[in-house]
Design a protein around this ligand. Structure first.
Ligand code: GAR
Length: 197
């Protein structure tokens, strides 16, 4: 049984989708921790209400010292016996040192059809480009931002009159299907990508 630490920074809707999926019979993974770099992240309370151990570690006292923040985070993660990490709306860039310790054992969900639109404001950028489809990607985390082997993608149409918000909401519903599907496969040792819908 894989032990998964889920890292969040915000509302944690993807985290909840992952928690739900790990309750399915025969699932090869279980959640051992939900941690956030933002102590105010509303997702922390949602995870606690589900009986999952939580931890808040603000990055702010560490200033620009990312390695020191990550060392403290690593202690928390290992202290909960995690052997895998799912980044789920975790909005801190991780150093190559941290990523290297988890390479092949850390997944991320990104709200675009990578390799398009790495970084922020992906929905606005897809609209500005006039794209007719958009979506989300789950990938293995490597030191390069929003890079790494693609483990699954889900596509949605861009509709006339879409705003970044309406498009984000349509993508998010697919994120909630894609991430659990990828985790289930990946935790069982199967790295073949998942394509949705
Ligand atoms: C999701 O859309 C996720 O793809 C995105 O943040 C949102 C978190 O929502 N992640 C990134 O932009 C990472 N660069 P959630 O907290 O409700 O899961």
């Amino acid at each position: 049984m894989r032990r998964v630490a889920i890292l969040i920074s915000g509302s944690g809707s993807n985290m909840l989708a992952l928690l739900d999926s790990m309750e399915e019979p025969g699932h090869p993974a279980m959640p051992c921790l939900v941690a956030s770099n933002d102590p105010e992240a509303v997702g922390l309370a949602k995870a606690a209400a589900r009986g999952v151990p939580t931890a808040a570690l603000s990055h702010r006292p560490f200033g620009k010292d990312r390695p020191a923040f990550e060392a403290a985070l690593q202690d928390i993660i290992l202290g909960h016996g995690a052997d895998m990490i799912c980044l789920a709306g975790f909005m801190r860039v991780l150093t190559a040192g941290f990523v290297g310790q988890w390479q092949g054992r850390m997944l991320n969900i990104h709200p675009s059809l990578l390799p398009k639109y790495r970084g922020l404001h992906t929905h606005a950028r897809a609209l500005e480009a006039g794209d007719t489809e958009h979506g989300c990607t789950v990938h293995e985390v490597t030191p390069e931002l929003d890079d790494g082997p693609i483990l699954g993608q889900a596509r949605v149409p861009v509709e006339p009159g879409d705003t970044p918000e309406s498009l984000a909401a349509r993508v998010l519903t697919m994120e909630h299907r894609l991430y659990p599907a990828v985790l289930r496969r990946y935790a069982a040792g199967d790295r073949r990508p998942v394509w949705l819908p």
